[in-house]
Write a protein that binds this ligand. Structure first.
Ligand code: NAD
Ligand code: 9W4
Length: 511
């Protein structure tokens, strides 16, 4: 950790000065950790051809020269490759994680040191992130990355979930209203921390911080559904202060994040957690959207007998056309070995369902972040002594029911719950592989370049990247697979009514 002296008061109970002036803050800058991070960054770059090719093609042109990008996105190895690509294209960058648990500390340390720096003389990017931040520390980190030394702030945001965008907007709104944030008005613990931060800034730094910062920001690119949803809300309310590019809905982002990523990481997570053979087992995937489709394929790849549940007849018909049985959970709950939720909905597997499951059935969620499986119901049964929770290892728990009679020797049965009912591919494995993230992050880089060049043309709107850029992201990845595209002749292009160089499909086309 760096330890520059500072006069600023401590922020809440973080032990950190509100405005730190620290050049970065990560938790482990040991030589071994930095070397491990650097090696993984090198390996990941080779698996992120979109980013590598953008560096080769545009590195000398520096299309991001003058861009000051504040990034709020999981500080992982793949994100390190994204950050170093933005730098290679000429940007200045400051970074935080968008989740208190998602930082890979070796990635954060190696990104601070940079490719040509050393532990004693870091030469990389100011990163403020570590695994296991408190919420107060999390918002402190976000503030540090937004405060740009010698400047009013960044001119671009790269956001995942919308927290950086939120802080700038709330700050500017309070300043405009001439109000000091009142933590007593908070709607939640996290909201109170945000209001404490804004109050502390106005009292200790000034009451004209956020307005100039917001005015200096020409745009934001947003990674996820949640963040995009918040942006459309602001756009509709007329409170959005700068244009936004919705990266989430690029085809090359969503297919990779939802379908191919989960196809890779579901079984990976179950294996790392349990080492149980999937072949021949009965597996049930609840929800057959892209995440469900990827999950079902993941399990079918292991020759599990996969069934799905659906509410939507179109998705149910798609499953039928793949030879997958469409069933209801109630009908199969007693003879299924592995349950996976992927609906984006809540309360899919209830405690009542769990009472009926086979002994040692595996239960996990890869969909909405924490309530597709009714863990609260299970906890309530634990309070009454009906069930005991036994830790097998972190993220793997046996829940032993005492009142059932279909367990060993007619006693109570157990189930194995992974990742506490949260996203199993993140809790029990390491999320998406680099190649999947390459597709998402290449969209991010193109979005940042587009905003840096043309933000003024967009107004305060939320837009997706034009299809020719989505196609460009795909093109940038084809070489990795030795894929050779057929070139459309002029006559063929005219015949189907497209340009030879694309885009090849109408905007409403569903891939
Ligand atoms: P989607 O909307 O395409 O698919 C969800 C499907 O679930 C839909 O077809 C819907 O009809 C069905 N469904 C809804 N309620 C149901 C119910 N009660 N029973 C059965 N089916 C039901 O969404 P998606 O893109 O597949 O994403 C699903 C969830 O996965 C989202 O919450 C998303 O945020 C999350 N996600 C997770 C990861 C990951 O890495 N773990 C990656 C991407 C997305
Ligand atoms: N990760 C994460 C990891 C651990 C973890 C409370 C203790 C998402 C996308 C990418 O969210 C991510 N532990 C948690 S929550 C949690 C979240 N808890 C909850 O109890 C444990 C995450 C994107 N991504 C990849 O998928 C691969 N590289 C990437 O950048 C990363 C992390």
């Amino acid at each position: 950790m760096s330890d520059r002296p500072n006069q600023s008061p401590e922020f809440l109970d973080t032990g950190l000065p509100l405005v730190s002036g620290m050049p970065w803050r990560v938790v482990d800058m040991s030589e071994a950790t930095v070397a491990f991070g650097r090696k993984e960054l090198e390996l990941a770059l080779y698996e992120m051809p979109g980013l590598a090719t953008l560096r080769e093609e545009m590195g000398s042109e520096k299309p991001l020269a003058g861009a000051k990008i504040m990034g709020s996105l999981h500080m992982t190895i793949q994100t390190g490759v994204l950050i170093e690509t933005l730098i290679a294209l000429g940007a200045e960058v400051r970074w935080v994680s968008c989740n208190i648990f998602s930082t890979q500390d070796h990635a954060a340390a190696a990104t601070v040191v940079g490719p040509s720096g050393s532990v004693d003389n870091p030469d990389g990017v100011p990163v403020f992130a570590w695994k296991g931040e408190t919420l107060a520390e999390y918002w402190w980190c976000t503030l540090q990355a937004l405060l740009w030394p010698g400047e009013v702030g960044p001119n671009l945001i790269l956001d995942d979930g919308g927290d950086a965008t939120l802080l700038v907007h709330l700050g500017a709104e309070l300043e405009e209203a001439g109000k000091i944030a009142d933590p007593a008005d908070a709607e939640s613990d996290e909201h109170r921390i945000i209001l404490e931060l804004l109050k502390a800034v106005s009292e200790n730094v000034g009451d004209n911080i956020w307005r100039p910062m917001a005015a200096n920001i020409i745009g934001v690119s947003e990674e996820t559904t949640t963040g995009v949803h918040r942006l459309y809300q602001r756009r509709d309310e007329g409170t959005l202060r700068f244009p936004a590019i919705n990266v989430n809905d690029s085809v090359t982002k969503s297919k990779f994040d939802n379908l191919y990523g989960c196809r890779h990481s579901l079984v990976d997570a179950i294996f790392r957690a349990t080492d149980v053979l999937m072949s021949g087992k009965r597996a049930l995937v609840c929800g057959f959207g892209d995440v469900g489709k990827g999950s079902a394929e993941s399990l079918r790849g292991q020759h599990a007998k996969v069934s799905i549940t659906e509410i939507d007849p179109i998705c149910a018909l798609q499953a039928s056309m793949m030879g997958i049985d469409v069933v209801t959970l109630d009908d199969v709950v007693g003879n299924t070995d592995v349950f996976v939720t992927a609906t984006g909905n809540y309360n899919i597997i209830t405690a009542q369902h769990m009472l009926q499951m086979k002994h040692n059935a595996i239960v996990c969620n890869i969909g909405h972040f924490d309530n597709e499986i009714d863990m609260a119901g299970l906890e309530a049964m634990r309070d009454t002594g009906e069930v005991t929770k036994i830790e097998v290892k972190p993220q793997v728990h046996e829940w032993k029911f005492h009142k059932t009679t279909h367990g060993p020797n007619g006693g109570g049965h157990s189930i194995i719950v992974l990742a506490e009912g949260r996203l199993v591919n993140l809790g029990c494995a390491t999320g998406h592989p680099s190649l999947v993230m390459s597709s998402s992050f290449t969209n991010q880089v193109l979005a940042q370049i587009e905003l840096h060049r043309n933000a003024a043309e967009y107004g305060r709107q939320v837009v997706t990247l034009p299809k020719y850029l989505d196609e460009r992201v795909a093109r940038l990845h084809l070489g990795k697979f030795d894929a050779k595209l057929t070139v459309l002749s002029k006559e063929q292009a005219d015949y189907i009514g497209v340009k030879q160089e694309g885009p090849y499909k109408a905007d409403h086309y569903r891939y």
